[in-house]
Design a protein around this ligand. Structure first.
Ligand SMILES: Nc1ncnc2c1ncn2[C@@H]1O[C@H](COP(=O)(O)OP(=O)(O)OP(=O)(O)O)[C@@H](O)[C@H]1O
Length: 258
């Protein structure tokens, strides 16, 4: 069976400005954010990309969501190539990040309709989906409130609802619980498990071990832009905790963490 996500040899470099070269204490004109990254996500599973800050997680997810192009390599989401069919990729995925970027002057109701229209969802289907998602997240009472006037938790719930307005079969989620209070973080993790229950495929990035342990079927450890391990949690950890296994991998890849 074709995996829902297949990444093959992804590579991405960024040009470094003089200021960035100084900050990074390097003479190199380019920073390699992701190097020769390959992995697969099976239909219906939750796969976690686990890595420290700057490991290349966001860059990887942005390539897979067809927001930026790889320098080389390719990836296929439900068979659509991120290089040759980015529109096909965008149709089939929902992309979400905990860095909220909802337009603050609009209401949840307006934003949901706007994104549904972008995805050519018929009004009757849109309204039924909006009703169920707004009920799921307790958004109904705030549906007409400007985003600017919502609490951080409610903003995140609106982001969640809007990002799955088109009922995507693959959901790509960058740092789903970063910066959220414990209650909102729980809403997010519960929702991820619900989506999995509906047969959706989920790829998330995180640096939080407990999130991987709680929701992921398999995970890939990414350090310095490279995949250093990939497998089920048992395969990754053996008889250690995920945290201990990660620090062993970190030590072997870059040396002592402290
Ligand atoms: N636009 C850019 N220009 C230059 N370097 C960049 C750019 N974006 C990211 N980088 C660098 O590429 C590397 C990978 O960054 P990326 O954001 O993908 O990592 P990450 O694992 O998501 O980390 P974080 O959790 O800190 O966001 C980092 O060293 C980062 O500084």
């Amino acid at each position: 069976m074709e995996p829902a996500i297949r990444a093959q040899g992804l590579r991405k470099t960024y040009p470094l400005s003089a200021k960035q070269r100084k900050l990074e204490r390097t003479d190199q004109r380019h920073k390699t954010a992701v190097e020769n990254l390959s992995f697969e996500v099976v239909k219906g599973e939750i796969y976690g990309l686990l890595g420290p800050n700057g490991a290349g997680k966001t860059t990887t997810l942005r390539m897979l969501a067809a927001l930026i192009k790889p320098d080389s390599g390719d990836a296929w989401i439900n068979g659509a190539s991120i290089v040759s069919d980015p529109m096909g990729v965008r149709k089939t995925i929902g992309f979400l990040t905990s860095e909220l970027k909802l337009e603050e002057v609009f209401s949840a109701d307006y934003l949901f309709d706007f994104f549904s229209e972008l995805h050519h969802i018929e009004p009757a289907k849109r309204d039924a989906r909006k009703k169920s998602l707004f009920a799921r997240f307790g958004i109904e009472a705030f549906a007409q409130t400007k985003v600017a006037d919502l609490s951080t938790g409610m903003k995140q719930k609106v982001s969640l609802a809007v990002s799955v307005a088109h009922d995507p079969s693959v959901i790509i989620f960058d740092e789903p619980t970063n910066g959220l209070d414990v209650l909102t973080a729980k809403t997010v993790t519960d929702f991820l498990l619900e989506l999995k229950g509906e047969g959706k495929t989920i790829l998330l990035s995180t640096h939080i071990f407990s999130l991987v342990e709680k929701v992921c079927d398999r995970a890939g450890v990414i350090i310095g832009g490279r995949m250093v391990a990939n497998g089920t949690l048992d395969e990754l950890t053996g008889d250690r905790s995920l945290e201990d296994a990660f620090f062993d991998m970190y030590r072997m890849t870059v040396g002592d963490a402290s």
